[in-house]
Design a protein around this ligand. Structure first.
Ligand code: ZN
Ligand code: ZN
Length: 409
């Protein structure tokens, strides 16, 4: 096995590619030019390329040897509706569209791995390089699955990386079980009647009802959920009224719920509905809700997370993540369909900490090498070119000997 993955000669090109994608960002399901650039690059190196999977998704497939085993590697391609404030020479050319989550970097790292693997071919099996659209709230992963992703490109294992500003560059981290939260969103409409503010007894007060809702909703996690469970409920938007002397006829609220356990998710949704019924009765208002579960929790398979951590030791500083994050990720859908793991690749520098989705954020080109090497190492270890010992096999053997799953050790 190639312990020392040489990719340095690819790096200059990859940085240029990343900055070009950064300067030309595209929103969910509009990644037409990005997908074209990706598909062209994959064709150039001889891969079988399928475009239009889940609208703008691209899959490049590389088969080497005779093994029927296969692995999927996913990168996301979409940008965010944010006005960039980095002042970089390669800043976004499209005002209000910005790679503020580093998906330009993910796309580049996966393309780098494809280039390296197409050249070295040091594995036996099939690699599917999955470039997905619309991770930012539009479920591009689900769109690809609904378009037959895993039937058309069967995978025995699937991995995805996300750059992680909270971790220093060179650190690679993941965990068994939940790693990212399920995300629900709700939108509440409170209807009163509307009237003069000087005669409040003549109209149900939608403002007061909305205020009561905010207070009561904020008690759900602390008073309705077991202290040993984890959840977040945030009311994030409230609007209504436009004058000092008019009671508005309606007020709207929106918010989000984050959980890791479907049972807790059910409890919270039920409690939200109960609060609404109660406040409606108490205030005489009519309250309706649109409650949507848009991303499930991202749950890593133990064997895949352990495998990633063991392989990551060859590439960087591998650290088991002590806890999941409350942000969400549509790779969750892929993990429901295929065994795999989601991995954080540290990208922090010693300078100012700038989080994901901040207008001053930029992907750290210094971690492209780490990402490429980790992709390559996972492929070479999961699809060994000779049937010798791999860390994946060692891991399974060890678990069998101990008669425990990896995460119980
Ligand atoms: Zn994001
Ligand atoms: Zn992201």
């Amino acid at each position: 096995m190639n312990q020392d993955i040489e990719i340095e000669d690819l790096l200059e090109d990859l940085v240029t590619f990343r900055r070009d994608i950064h300067a030309n960002p595209e929103l969910a399901y509009k990644e037409v030019k990005t997908a074209e650039k990706v598909a062209d690059s994959l064709r150039e190196i001889g891969l079988d390329v399928t475009t239009g999977v889940g609208k703008t998704g691209v899959v490049g497939s590389l088969k080497v040897g005779n093994s029927s085993r296969s692995i999927g590697l996913r990168a996301d391609m979409d940008a965010l509706p944010i006005v960039e404030e980095t002042g970089l020479p390669y800043a976004s050319c499209h005002h209000g569209v910005f790679h503020g989550c580093g998906h330009d970097g993910h796309t580049t790292m996966l393309l780098g791995a494809a280039r390296h693997l197409a050249r070295t071919r040091n594995f036996d099996g099939t690699v599917h390089f999955i470039f997905q659209p619309a991770e930012e709230g539009e479920a591009g992963a689900k769109a690809m699955i609904d378009d037959g992703l895993f039937e058309r490109f069967p995978c025995d294992r699937v991995y995805a990386f996300h750059n992680w500003p909270d971790l220093p560059a060179g650190t690679i981290s993941t965990r068994c079980g939940p790693i990212m939260a399920a995300a629900d969103k709700f939108s509440i409409q409170v209807k009163g009647k509307g009237g003069h503010a000087a005669v409040p007894h003549q109209t149900p007060d939608a403002i007061l009802a909305a205020s009561e809702l905010v207070s009561q909703l904020n008690t759900i996690v602390s008073r309705r959920i077991s202290p040993t469970s984890t959840a977040v409920l945030s009311v994030t938007q409230i609007s209504g009224g436009n004058s000092h002397n008019v009671l508005p006829s309606s007020v709207s609220l929106t918010g989000t719920v984050r959980t890791f356990d479907p049972h807790v998710q059910d409890l919270i949704e039920a409690a939200v509905r109960q609060v609404i019924t109660g406040v409606s009765v108490a205030t005489g208002t009519q309250i309706s809700i649109d409650y949507q579960r848009y991303y499930p929790a991202t749950i890593n398979a133990s064997v895949a997370a352990e495998h990633a951590l063991m392989v990551a030791k060859r590439v960087g500083n591998a650290v088991e993540a002590p806890e999941p994050a409350f942000t969400s990720e549509d790779f969750a859908f892929m993990l429901q369909a295929c065994e795999g793991a989601y991995v954080w690749v540290g990208q922090g520098t010693s300078g100012e900490h700038i989080p994901l989705h901040h207008p001053g954020y930029d992907f750290n080109d210094g971690i492209i090498a780490t990402g490429v090497k980790l992709h390559v190492a996972l492929v070479e270890d999961f699809l060994p070119s000779n049937s010798g010992s791999t860390q994946e096999n060692d891991l399974i053997d060890h678990a069998k000997q101990q008669n425990v799953s990896c995460c119980q050790r």
